[in-house]
Design a protein around this ligand. Structure first.
Ligand code: FNR
Length: 180
């Protein structure tokens, strides 16, 4: 299955990017996970939406071609980062590439609440985009206290409980894609 991962942080040592890379490697036998480049997307501009810049065209095509999308978001001021909202706004217009698309929201933070407030906003946005979300009940991947769960030298998620939870939830995502 072809999956696009959208990481809502563009910093070099992003924990959310670490999680995307951990998943890319861990699930390589069942999922072909490509990480989207949202750093190269310009600011959304409605004047350009009918003929957007090349980076936007490529990003939207990547989503259109994918069987599913994983969105890994940090929490910024109780919500999702602007770079992620910008990417979702581009994807929501003209060819609306999220309609019916299976999406698995998740997030990582050093804090204790595991990005819950950001993910609640993300789920509202995904509802507006008419995405087919992994149902939240029992399936929320909220990774808090990340400094205790990642090996910050290698960038790998190493906490076995979290990895086991993720393994079972990836199966929920795969089932959602199969039923889409
Ligand atoms: C944060 N952070 C943060 N954390 C949180 O739990 N709730 C919040 O509201 C915020 N707000 C916030 C705003 C801004 C502007 C920054 C830069 C950071 C902390 C943030 O979640 C943490 O730095 C994550 O590690 C960022 O994700 P990446 O970059 O590691 O993927």
């Amino acid at each position: 299955m072809k999956i696009v991962a959208i990481v809502g942080s563009i910093r070099e040592e992003s924990l959310n990017m670490y999680l995307a890379k951990t998943m890319q490697e861990r699930y390589q036998d069942k999922l072909d996970i490509e990480i989207a480049d949202i750093r190269s997307l310009p600011h959304y501009d409605q004047d350009e939406e009918n003929n957007p810049p090349q980076a936007v065209k490529e990003f939207k095509q990547q989503i259109a071609n994918a069987d599913g999308v994983i969105i890994l978001t940090p929490e910024y001021n109780w919500s999702i980062p602007g770079v992620l909202k910008n990417a979702l706004d581009w994807a929501s217009r003209v060819e609306k590439v999220f309609i019916g698309k299976p999406v698995f929201p998740m997030g990582v933070t050093m804090g204790t609440l595991g990005t819950i407030r950001a993910q609640l906003h993300l789920r509202e946005i995904l509802t507006a985009l008419q995405a087919k979300q992994v149902p939240p009940a029992g399936n929320e991947v909220l990774i808090g206290l990340a400094n205790q769960k990642f090996d910050l030298q290698t960038g790998k998620l190493v906490d076995e409980t979290t990895l086991g939870f993720l393994d079972s939830k990836i199966e929920v995502f795969i089932d959602l894609i199969k039923s889409a």
